[in-house]
Write a protein that binds this ligand. Structure first.
Ligand SMILES: [Zn+2]
Length: 76
């Protein structure tokens, strides 16, 4: 079973910091595990755009999940 992630399943565990309609940024408040590596992530950035410049990154590792609806970037 491939990894999947639905923000609506975790809406009480993450705080939405930004939503442009095409992109979203969430803060992980409850140690929700990353669906890719299973370690809790710090921030989730998702984009439905074909081309996206990612927000500034401090060099932390991240995992990428490419779903049908959007690309999900889990920053650790
Ligand atoms: Zn991960």
């Amino acid at each position: 079973m491939p990894a999947t992630f639905d923000v609506h399943d975790h809406r009480h565990e993450m705080k939405q910091l930004r939503d442009t309609g095409k992109t979203g940024l969430y803060d992980n408040r409850k140690d929700v595990p990353c669906p890719v590596c299973n370690d809790p992530f710090d921030r989730l950035f998702l984009t439905k755009k074909r081309e996206t410049t990612f927000p500034e990154n401090d060099g932390a590792s991240f995992c990428l999940l490419h779903q049908d609806d959007a690309i999900y970037l889990f920053r650790h």
